[in-house]
Design a protein around this ligand. Sequence first.
Ligand code: FAD
Length: 475
Amino acid sequence: MPVQRRSFDSVIVGGGHNGLVAATLLSRAGRSVLVLERRDELGGAAVSARLFPGFDARVSRYSYLVSLFPSALLRSLGVSIELRARRIPTYPPVDLDPAWQALMARVGERLFGTFTEPLRSREEMRRRLGDEAAWEALFETPLAELIERTFDSDQTRGTVLTDAVIGTFAAADDPELRQNRCFLYHVVGGSWNVPVGGMGALSAALADAARHAGAELVTGSEVMAIATDGQRAEVTCADGLTYGARHVLAGVAPSVLATLLGERPTPVPGGTPEGAQLKINMLLSRLPRVPGAASEDAFNGTFHVNEGYEQLAEAYRQASVGEIPSLPPCEVYCHSLTDPTILSPELAARGVHTLTLFGLHMPARLFDKPAAKERAVAATLRSLNSVLAEPIEDLLLGFEALTPPELESELGMPGGHIFHRDLAWPFAESPEDVGRWGVETDHPNVWLCGAGARRGGGVSGIPGHNAARAVLAMR
Ligand SMILES: Cc1cc2nc3c(=O)[nH]c(=O)nc-3n(C[C@H](O)[C@H](O)[C@H](O)COP(=O)(O)OP(=O)(O)OC[C@H]3O[C@@H](n4cnc5c(N)ncnc54)[C@H](O)[C@@H]3O)c2cc1C
């Protein structure tokens, strides 16, 4: 039997950015807190890495842009990180009319503030939005209808749809509305900005805040089991150490938590979580040339590649029947244009740049076939090259591609799902959840504090905040 060494008020399983937020808030409230992280570094999917040997370039390896982290929460954590706006958000430029932009702004202004408050009912959120037509279009009807009614151009329709299918394998007219929920989380926080210093700088600041508040943060410590009687819990690690806890907060995905509890994961709509993206990180000797545009403009914001509405539909169709899309839609972004601090002065002076590519409609199911990764990467580079004036391969100094199964084994994200599971509506879907925090589990002292909580997903700190509030509200 392992020896029980120490007890804490709260043990947090997983040192992703959300676990760190929860750790800070609980420690500041006087609770004793231990964070156990399986990897050798903190931050989970919000980290930077010197990926390319011999080059001092710190790349945001997984996530790279921030929109959903409430500025009030950052301030209350004492974390000061500059979130820099991109000079040109989108290329090719699309014509989003003022009425559309005003609608998106209104959705954010009226609803985002509730994400860090107890859950409201669906009806209350509907009243709060105060726009019946917008509610119907965004919350009740497949997004395809709104997009097709509002925009004529295939390019504009596709660019708008990308916000609905980032990390979410769904068609525009999916009746389960997963695309609508994904879209909502992509517009509700406002613009997508660059964390100066990279995602690693954000997580490092969050870890500092947690340590400063008194939390103990342990890396290289994989949790293997959680046992609870609803009042007290025991957390057992791979090294055989066991910790006692009044509360356990799970920064890991809900299905990982279920396994640690020795339970079967609760069935979720859409079945097992499945990520749907190919992530490619590159270091280039210089920016690629682009027909008809200055490279500094084209790559300053999100550079959309074969993401027309019809192209997205075709890629979804192909991937649904198990084929790697023949012209994979993807988007590319150059971090070092907005934030040169991630490069050494010598690399910056040479004109070297980082490029990150997020490929859509590449579900995990495609990668159980032989050489699937090689074929997916080749098709994606072909797709990228189809809109460049020169082959990207000629400029590569460093290259890394990550499939959903690789994300699963590196980060513990089930099926490589970047939000731990499909995003949920940001309101209570049953009467008993009204007034709760969306972090509760079947066990009164076990809480979700990661992306898989209601109002989770993305780099937001919101589920970490909400779990801490739920714990502190317990008598
Ligand atoms: C490729 C990619 C690109 C993305 N791009 C963006 C973006 O630009 N903007 C954005 O907002 N979001 C983006 N996301 C999503 C976002 O990064 C995640 O939703 C978010 O970081 C999740 O944070 P978290 O703290 O909840 O969980 P995670 O970051 O998943 O952290 C969970 C932690 O738990 C640890 N863990 C797992 N199992 C155990 C165990 N048994 N014991 C101990 N520790 C364990 C893991 O190692 C990990 O560190 C992206 C994600 C990916 C993968």
